[in-house]
Design a binder for this molecule. Structure first.
Ligand code: NAD
Length: 554
C-alpha cells in the first residue's frame, strides 16, 4: 500500500507487496519514479530539485512512462529522450529495461539560451543528475557527501573536530537542505541563509534544521552561544545571501568554514537577486528574464566577493558544486576561482579509488528493511571507518524521506559484495521486498564536469566527456536495469555530462548476474578513469584488486 505523504498529499509514497507492473524490475523503476516526485520540491510541476530538475518532460510524457512501465515485458527496453518515452523495443532479458538520454545538446549549441528555447518548445527537459533518472532520495542523498567534506576539513584544519566551529552557508533547497543536518552531525554551529521562508520551515519540520532565527543579531548570538559551549546547532536565517554574507564580513566576523548552495547555476529559475522578493522574481521569469540574469550576476559578484574576503581572513572557503564561481567570474570577479571546488580540495583521493555515494532504496516502503541492511553493512565492513561511522550516525540522525533509503560511500568490490548479500536476503525472505541500488552521478566513472567533478585533473583531462559515455555503454553491456546519460549540470547546457545506473535486487539469479556485472564494471571504470589520469591511489587500487586496466605506452 502506498503511504500518505503529508508534504505533498497528491504524491503518496510507494510501497507494499502488490505489483502493478509485470516484473519487480519494472515495478521497482516505477516506484522510484513515484518516489522522486513524493520527495521532490514542486512535484505538481514535475520538478524534483535544483530549480528545474524534472522527473519527466510533461504530464502526458509521465503518463506514457507509467503505462509503459506497467506493460513492459522482461525482454523489452523502454527508450526515454529527455523525459519523454519514445520507444518500447524488443531486446532480450539481459538488456536494460530503461535507457534514457537527458538534455544532451550538440557542442556548439550547448548554451543556456538554446536550452531555454528548446524547453519552451517542449523538445527537451533537464533531469538534473538524479531527478530525471529517478534516483533522488531527498536531501539525504547528498548529506553524507556534505558531512564527509566537513570532516575532511575538521581533520585537516581543526584537530579532527568541528565542535566550537562556525560554518556559514546558504540555500535550503532539495540538495542544500542537507547542509544544516550535515553540519550538526559534524558537531559544528552552522548558519544557513535562505531567502524563502517556506523552504526553511520545511527543513525544520522534517528534522534537518534546529531553529529559524528572527534576525541576523539573534542568529549570530545563537551561533556564538553554541560555539562557546562546543554544542552542535543548526540555525536558518531568512534573508538574501548576497546581502547577509557581505554584512557579516563588514562586521569583521570570520566564520571558520564558508560555502554556498543556492541555485546559483540558474539565474532565471534559481538564484534570487538581492533586493528582489519572490513574487517579483516569479513575474520577471516570464516577463523579463534578462533583468533577472543581470541582477543575479551582480548579486553573485557581491556574494562571492564576501566569500573571498572570508578566505583572505583565513576561513576555509569552498564551492559546493553550484557554479557560483563561474557566474561571479562572468559578473566581473576576476579571482573567483581562488575559491577551490570541493571535489578537488577534499574528495579526489576517495574518487580515485571509486569510493563515492552509493545508495539503496527499500522498494517495500518498510524502514525495517533499511535497518537490517544497516546491520549487514556494519557486519560486512567493520574496518571501514568512514562507512561504519556514517551508518551509526545516519541511523540516529537522518530521518527517512519517501521510500526508506540509505547512502554510504563504498568503492570497488564493496558495493558489489553488499548488493549480492542483499539480493540473497531478498531471496530468503529476510526483507519485506526488493531493494534498488543506485548512486549519485557525481561518482568516479560517471561524470565529466570541468567546474565540479573533474576540475584540475592531474593530466588536464577535465573537459573530456568520453568517460561518462563509456560508463553508460559499459553499464548497458553489463545489463543494468536503468542506464542514463545526462548533460547540462549547473547551467543546464554544456557544463557537464554524466552517467547514471539503477539495478533492482529482486532476489533472482538474473538479478545477481546484473548486480555483479554492472556494479563491478561501474566502479572498475571509475578506477580506470583515475588510473589513466595518473592518480597513485587509482594505480594502487588497480594493483590491489586486479582491475582490468589496460596500460599502453602512448
Ligand atoms: P533548489 O533550487 O532546490 O534550492 C536552492 C535554494 O536556494 C532555494 O531554497 C532558494 O530559495 C535559495 N536561494 C536562491 N537564491 C538565494 C539567495 N540569493 N540567498 C539565499 N537563498 C537563496 O536547489 P538544490 O537542489 O538545493 O541545489 C542547489 C545548488 O547545488 C544547485 O546549483 C545544484 O546544481 C547544486 N548541487 C550541487 C551538488 C553537489 O554535488 N555538491 C549536488 C546537487 C546540487
Amino acid at each position: 500500500m502506498p503511504k500518505a505523504n503529508p508534504r505533498h498529499p497528491d504524491f503518496p509514497i510507494p510501497g507494499g507487496p502488490e505489483l502493478r507492473a509485470r516484473t519487480w524490475r519494472a515495478e521497482g523503476l516505477l516506484r522510484l519514479l513515484e518516489n522522486v516526485l513524493s520527495v521532490g520540491e514542486a512535484p505538481e510541476r514535475l520538478v524534483v530539485y535544483a530549480a528545474l530538475g524534472k522527473a519527466a518532460r510533461s504530464w502526458p510524457a509521465h503518463q506514457a512512462i507509467v503505462k509503459s512501465l506497467t506493460e513492459i515485458e522482461e525482454d523489452e527496453t523502454l527508450i526515454i529522450q529527455s523525459g519523454k518515452p519514445v520507444g518500447l523495443l524488443k531486446t532480450h532479458p539481459g538488456a536494460p529495461m530503461v535507457i534514457m538520454a537527458n538534455c544532451n545538446i550538440v557542442g556548439q549549441w550547448a548554451k543556456a539560451e538554446v536550452f531555454y528555447e528548446l524547453e519552451r518548445k517542449g523538445l527537451i527537459c533537464w533531469g538534473g543528475l538524479t531527478a530525471g533518472a529517478w534516483q533522488y532520495i531527498g536531501s539525504q542523498g547528498v548529506i553524507q557527501g556534505t558531512y564527509e567534506i566537513f570532516m575532511r576539513i575538521a581533520e585537516r584544519r581543526f584537530g579532527g573536530t568541528l565542535a566550537g566551529r562556525f560554518i556559514l552557508t546558504a540555500g535550503l533547497g532539495g540538495m542544500g537542505g542537507s547542509q544544516p543536518l550535515a553540519g550538526r552531525m559534524a558537531g559544528a554551529a552552522i548558519l544557513c541563509v535562505e531567502v524563502d521562508p517556506a523552504r526553511a520551515e520545511m527543513r525544520r519540520e522534517i528534522g534537518f534544521l534546529d531553529a529559524i532565527a528572527p534576525d541576523l543579531e539573534s542568529a549570530l548570538a545563537m551561533i556564538d552561544a553554541a560555539r562557546a559551549e562546543g554544542k552542535a546547532l543548526s540555525v536558518a536565517l531568512i534573508g538574501n545571501a548576497a546581502e547577509i554574507y557581505p554584512e557579516i564580513a563588514r562586521r569583521g566576523i570570520t566564520p571558520d568554514i564558508v560555502t554556498d548552495q543556492t541555485s546559483a547555476h540558474d539565474l532565471v529559475y534559481g538564484y534570487i537577486p538581492a533586493g528582489y522578493d519572490l513574487a517579483r522574481v516569479q513575474r520577471l521569469r516570464a516577463q523579463n528574464p534578462e533583468e533577472l540574469i543581470e541582477a543575479g550576476r551582480a548579486s553573485i559578484a557581491q556574494h562571492v566577493q564576501a566569500m573571498l574576503a572570508f578566505q583572505s581572513r583565513g576561513a576555509e572557503v569552498f564551492d559546493n558544486g553550484n557554479l557560483i564561481r563561474t557566474q561571479a567570474q562572468q559578473g566581473g570577479v576576476a579571482n573567483a576561482f581562488d575559491i577551490p571546488i570541493f571535489t578537488e580540495a577534499y574528495l579526489r583521493p576517495l574518487f580515485a579509488r571509486a569510493i563515492g555515494p552509493f545508495r539503496w532504496m527499500a522498494l517495500s516502503g518498510e524502514e525495517e528493511d533499511i535497518r537490517r541492511i544497516d546491520d549487514l553493512v556494519l557486519a560486512m565492513f567493520p574496518d571501514d571507518r568512514i562507512v561504519t561511522n556514517w551508518i551509526r550516525l545516519a541511523r540516529e540522525n537522518v530521518p527517512f524521506e519517501g521510500l526508506p533509503a540509505r547512502i554510504a560511500w563504498l568503492g570497488h568490490g564493496a558495493r558489489t559484495d553488499l548488493a549480492l548479500a542483499v539480493n540473497r536476503m531478498v531471496a530468503e525472505g529476510k526483507l519485506a521486498g526488493p531493494v534498488a541500488f543506485s548512486r549519485d552521478h557525481l561518482d568516479a566513472g560517471g561524470m565529466a564536469h570541468p567546474n565540479i567533478m573533474t576540475e584540475n585533473m592531474r593530466d588536464g583531462s577535465d573537459a573530456i566527456a568520453d568517460w561518462p559515455l563509456l560508463d553508460a555503454m559499459t553499464l548497458c553491456a553489463s545489463g543494468a536495469d536503468l542506464v542514463t546519460v545526462h548533460s547540462g549540470g549547473g547551467g543546464y547546457a554544456g557544463y557537464m555530462t554524466s552517467a547514471g545506473v539503477t539495478i533492482v535486487a529482486e532476489g533472482s539469479a538474473s538479478a545477481e548476474d546484473r548486480l555483479r556485472r554492472a556494479l563491478s564494471n561501474d566502479t572498475a571504470l571509475g578506477v580506470i578513469r583515475y588510473a589513466d589520469a595518473g592518480y597513485p591511489e587509482a594505480l594502487d587500487e588497480v594493483a590491489r584488486k586486479g582491475i582490468g586496466h589496460v596500460r599502453c605506452a602512448g
